[in-house]
Design a protein. Structure first.
Length: 358
């Protein structure tokens, strides 16, 4: 029998150990905001692993400084005093104060129970998170949560995800209801409520995007995929199907992971009681990402479609979506650089070719 989380204080129950992995790249301020929200969550047994992906803005020192200035007691109690206030902590960090920290072998540094790992270079979303996942598995975590550093979490978000984890043992992936952090002054506009993947005609898209939340997506249910902005993954499944595919670098790797899991018998579950707000920062709509979005779409389809289906996908794509997207980049975005990167990503995707962008 599976016990409810309300029974977690009894000697008969030990809450699953969860590792939350935050990937940072030149964005320490959002990371501090996310950490501040994580320290308010109600779930009792979790750790935070921060992986810095070769930042050049001093992110590691800024984050270390935050933990030097905000006491553990204040963080865990939700104390709103000036000492525990994120803004004042950020100000002190910005003034260049450097805390003491201890090395933990090749795994980076540990400060007050939060582990910081510094990659020497930007390894992308996939391999950057894989670094954290490997450490979490070494430490015996029952599940890992990949969480974008530009998110703010509800205090109950992890408790709700773990409830689904316990009650649905055949599921490998769990994702929350994701809102825009701000959308025309509102915080109840949905960004993601589960994903649908139609491998024919080659489209994967979020449910509920841009809809005001009126309870229309409040049922827990199986979906085709859960997006990587907040994704809880069962450790047992990782051992069976492997890590994120690092060749994707960024984009489509989360969907690929969910599809690989489904083939191994693990479903993806949308958990509406878990809530997260996503800033969807300017970094996420940069021109460079157009390249990876275009390239990886072909790689995903090539991997998961039959040869005949893939040829039909190519015929469809170059009959309509290719020209539609190109026209949008020229006439709506008015960006020839974006068009160039879309075309380059398309070319490298069809050729199954690795490429670089400046």
């Amino acid at each position: 029998m599976t016990l409810a989380l309300s029974d977690m204080n009894t000697h008969e129950y030990e809450a699953p150990k969860i590792s939350i992995i935050l990937l940072n790249w030149n964005n320490w301020k959002d990371t501090l905001d996310c950490l501040h929200s994580l320290h308010q969550i109600t779930y009792p047994r979790y750790e935070v692993i921060i992986v810095d992906n070769g930042s050049t803005d001093g992110s590691l020192e800024k984050i270390r400084g935050y933990y030097a200035q905000v006491s553990t007691a204040d963080r865990l109690s939700g104390n709103s005093s000036e000492e525990a206030d994120l803004t004042s902590a950020s100000d002190r960090v910005h003034n260049g104060e450097k805390p003491e920290y201890k090395p933990i072998g090749n795994d980076g540094f540990e400060i007050r129970g939060v582990t910081l790992i510094g990659n020497e270079e930007n390894r992308g979303y996939a391999e950057g998170n894989n670094v954290g996942i490997r450490l979490a598995r070494k430490r015996g975590s029952d599940a890992v949560v990949l969480l974008n550093n530009d998110t703010i979490v509800d205090p109950q978000f992890l408790t709700e995800l773990v409830k689904a984890y316990e009650h649905q043992p055949s599921a490998g992936f769990f994702g929350p209801k994701v809102y825009y952090c701000e959308n025309n002054g509102r915080k109840d506009v949905i960004s993601f409520a589960g994903g649908i993947c139609k491998k024919w005609p080659g489209r994967c898209y979020p449910i509920g995007k841009n809809e005001v939340d009126t309870g229309q997506f409040d049922a827990i249910r199986e979906v085709d995929y859960v997006e990587g902005s907040c994704l809880m993954v069962r450790a047992e499944m990782i051992d069976n199907i492997g890590l994120l595919d690092p060749t994707f670098f960024a984009y489509w790797e989360d969907i690929d992971w969910c599809v690989r899991g489904k083939r191994a018998g693990y479903t993806s579950i949308y958990v509406p009681g878990a809530r997260v707000w996503h800033k969807i920062s300017a970094a996420n709509v940069g021109k460079a990402n157009i390249y990876f979005m275009a390239r990886n779409r072909f790689w995903f389809m090539k991997r998961h479609l039959s040869p005949t289906q893939y040829r039909l996908f190519l015929l469809y794509f170059f009959t309509w979506p290719f020209w539609q997207i190109s026209a949008s980049l020229v006439f709506y975005r008015r960006s020839l650089l974006s068009l160039q990167r879309f075309w380059l990503g398309t070319f490298h995707g069809v050729r199954r070719q690795q490429g670089t962008i400046s």
